[in-house]
Design a protein around this ligand. Structure first.
Ligand code: SAH
Length: 204
């Protein structure tokens, strides 16, 4: 079923062989709540509790491909959720720092990583809007929730040459790629519309 899913994603335009290999490898059914396992290898998003969803495999593959990960790249993920995207990043041999703001999901996914032997460098309960200044700069930053605006902190935590992949918008989001060209210059590309749960800012 995983091979089939990888084929579907390849037909939809995903080209990166290593991303497709990761999709073939990672047991997505284990990231879903019981009752949804049968649907795990359809190219669909599903509920994971706390009103959140595991992203559609195509979206995961599309965002990951845009990061152009090389082994040992330092990657910051905002929105750990089920951990599926995290597992894809780890499979590509990235050093992953991941932040989740829903306590329930944070606890559940942290335990799950332990059981599965997935080892992100850090799993943080907190507000991804602020990024992770103490570990910056990053080769790549991936935001897996819809951001009403691009958090400035994330832009500033990219290495020169680093890539930020972020869905921007409120009801619908435009997948946006920023590549840092120098201290002040960023190249911006818009790559189609998607739908995500909202990136929520903590008001304290
Ligand atoms: N990558 C996840 C996608 C989960 S949906 C997966 O593959 O399962 C997006 C996640 O972003 C949700 O879990 C939500 O709680 C989280 N989120 C929303 N706002 C956030 C914020 N400000 N900081 C960190 N996580 C946030």
């Amino acid at each position: 079923m995983r091979n089939k899913l990888a084929e579907v994603l390849s037909d939809k335009g995903i080209k990166d062989i290593n991303v497709l290999k990761a999709i073939k490898k990672i047991p997505r059914h284990l990231f879903l709540d019981s009752g949804f396992e049968d649907h795990a290898y359809q190219d669909k998003a599903f509920p994971i509790g706390a009103d959140q969803t595991i992203s559609q495999p195509y979206t995961v593959a599309f965002q990951t491909e845009l990061l152009r990960i090389k082994p040992n790249n330092k990657i910051l993920e905002i929105g750990t959720g089920s951990g599926y995207q995290t597992a894809v990043l780890l499979n590509l041999k990235a050093k992953v720092y991941t932040i989740e703001r829903q306590l329930e999901l944070f606890k559940k996914t942290k335990l799950f990583f332990g059981k599965m032997g997935y080892r992100p460098k850090k799993i943080i309960f907190g507000d991804g809007y602020k990024g992770l200044p103490e570990e910056a700069p990053f080769d790549g930053i991936i935001v897996t929730a819809g951001a009403p605006e691009v958090p400035k902190a994330l832009m500033s935590q990219l290495k020169v040459g680093g890539r930020l992949v972020i869905p921007v918008g409120i009801d619908e989001q435009v997948m946006t790629l920023f590549v840092r060209k120098s201290g002040k210059e960023f190249e911006k590309k818009e790559l189609g519309s998607f739908r995500f749960v909202p990136l929520l800012e903590d008001k304290n």
